[in-house]
Design a protein around this ligand. Structure first.
Ligand code: AMP
Length: 485
């Protein structure tokens, strides 16, 4: 830690002499070292070395989403907790154990007054579908032409036990299609999720698919499962004993080994769904075959939320047989819009976990393009006077839309030239001491090292033209290369 300078005095030789007071020295010696503040458990920093993986995953997701005609929506991270209680379900782990809930009445804000709305319980969103459904109803999208096809990418929060691939803050992409119950929509939506992963060159993904039935056949399925698990109740984990009373379907999602052994021999949901649901499901599979999207039948697959009906699916990786680290999942939720206060609207969607996708890209050594620096011009200077001129040049070039870099702290021209090389600048503008007094600058083509002298008053226009010409040249080259391929 540098000594604080309490007093500065001029001595007779007109040189600065810095005197640190005794007080400062004492403070330096006896002051306790400040403890750093660390991030919360299960929360992460995404460092620059990883950011290109994120950019790549997100850009593929966005390009597939837009290619499929989906429109982007953003919804708040904080909602009334009732929204998740009514949609995801009070008995689900996500809501009952993992949701970050706040007492809104404790927030007074700057006015000191309590906002009436905020007196309710608030929750950080544990998933994205509920917020989008709320927005769909609240913004009158029910009258939009159908289907209403939306996607979003955003952070979610679950107070889970942090472990590999499981964080308390994570990023999901969510796709939601409202207004169609036709099985082609199911197949198409699953196809979109599949294309997102295959466009990222993830080859080890697998789709597991099932039908959870509808409001007509669900009570029967529940009864059959209750009867089965009741006989084996003593072998169930404590959580599943409770689930048996409230919602036996939840047992099918339990990861406990003893419960898993029972689930493996439990009656199959798919065998007990009604004829309508069977017909719908068979059509979904047929369309998936048509589209060449591979899948595995998973006759007892359920999802962690209560709102799903009919088609449900999850995307796992081949080496993750325990389904601990699924890349994504989704399904139909034909009753949710109505349950949240809207009109009866069939809907289907899915979520992809971007944190896990990024981990997968890294561990599978999937090549991800590293973004090239977008700096077109690098301004290099030597001496105090040149620095002022350099700053002016940077300002002028940025004003006309040219990306400019400048190394303020690096003194030698060589070090600055190296920095210009590192960012792949097209041109560098050099102002040495001689240039500063003669009001000129050297413009150096970083490709071949050829330099020209340009008067400062003409510099902005000259550099602009040079950059534009070079960009056009590179574009032509790219086009020709594509055509030859
Ligand atoms: P879900 O909303 O539970 O259907 O999850 C959809 C996807 O989000 C999962 O398949 C994961 O890829 C991802 N995901 C869910 N929970 C977490 C978590 N705690 N940490 C990281 N990713 C998660």
């Amino acid at each position: 830690m540098p000594l604080a300078l309490d007093r500065v005095r001029y001595n007779s030789k007109k040189r600065f002499v810095f005197i640190a007071s005794k007080f400062t020295i004492c403070r330096y010696i006896f002051m306790p070292k400040m403890q750093p503040i660390n991030r919360l458990k299960g929360f992460r920093d995404i460092l620059p070395e990883d950011s290109h993986y994120w950019d790549f995953a997100i850009s593929v997701i966005e390009s597939v989403a837009q290619g499929a005609g989906l429109e982007k929506i953003e919804v708040p991270m904080l909602e009334k907790s009732d929204l998740f209680l009514r949609s995801v379900g009070e008995e689900t782990d996500v809501v009952s154990k993992e949701m970050y809930v706040f007492d809104g009445s404790k927030n007074k804000g700057t006015s000191g007054k309590k906002d009436k709305e905020e007196q309710s319980q608030l929750a950080l969103r544990p998933e994205l579908t509920a917020g989008i459904v709320r927005a769909y109803i609240e913004n009158g999208m029910q009258v939009w032409p159908k289907p209403v096809s939306l996607y979003t990418i955003g952070r979610c929060f679950r107070h889970e036990n942090p472990q590999s691939g499981r964080f308390r803050e994570f990023t999901q992409c969510s796709v939601e299609i409202f207004g169609e119950s036709d099985p082609t929509i199911d197949a198409n939506t699953i196809g979109v999720s599949w294309q997102m992963l295959t466009d990222m060159r993830i080859t080890s993904a697998e789709i597991n698919i099932n039908s959870m039935g509808c409001s007509v056949c669900r009570p029967r399925i529940k009864k059959i499962l209750t009867d089965f698990f009741k006989k084996k109740e003593s072998k169930l984990c404590d959580d599943c004993k409770k689930r048996l009373k409230k919602n036996p379907l939840r047992i099918l999602d339990c990861k406990n080994e003893k419960c898993q052994a029972l689930i493996a021999v439990a009656p199959l949901m798919i065998e007990n769904i009604c004829e309508d649901c069977k017909g719908h499901f068979m059509s979904v599979l047929e369309y998936l075959d048509e589209m060449g999207v591979p899948y595995n039948l998973a006759p007892n697959l359920v999802r962690g939320f209560d709102y799903y009906n009919r088609t449900v699916f999850e995307i796992i990786t081949k080496n993750d047989t325990k389904r601990q680290n699924a890349l994504g999942g989704g399904g139909r939720y034909d009753c949710l819009v109505e349950e949240l206060g809207g009109e009866m609207t069939p809907a289907i969607g899915f979520g992809l976990g971007i944190d896990r996708i990024v981990e997968h890209l890294k561990t599978e050594n999937i090549r991800v393009p590293k973004p090239k620096s977008k700096i077109n011009v690098y301004v290099i200077h030597l001496g105090e006077e040149s620095k002022k001129i350099a700053l002016q040049i940077v300002k002028n070039l940025r004003k006309i839309g040219i990306s400019v870099g400048m190394a303020v702290g690096k003194d030698t021209i060589k070090a600055q030239m190296k920095a210009a090389d590192k960012v792949n600048a097209l041109f560098s503008v050099i102002i040495g001491q001689r240039e500063a007094v003669t009001n000129v600058a050297l413009v150096r083509d970083m490709r071949d090292g050829i330099q020209e002298t340009v008067e400062l008053k003409e510099l902005t226009e000259r550099v602009f033209n040079m950059v534009e010409e070079r960009k056009a040249e590179e574009e032509d080259y790219r086009k020709n290369k594509k055509i030859k391929k």
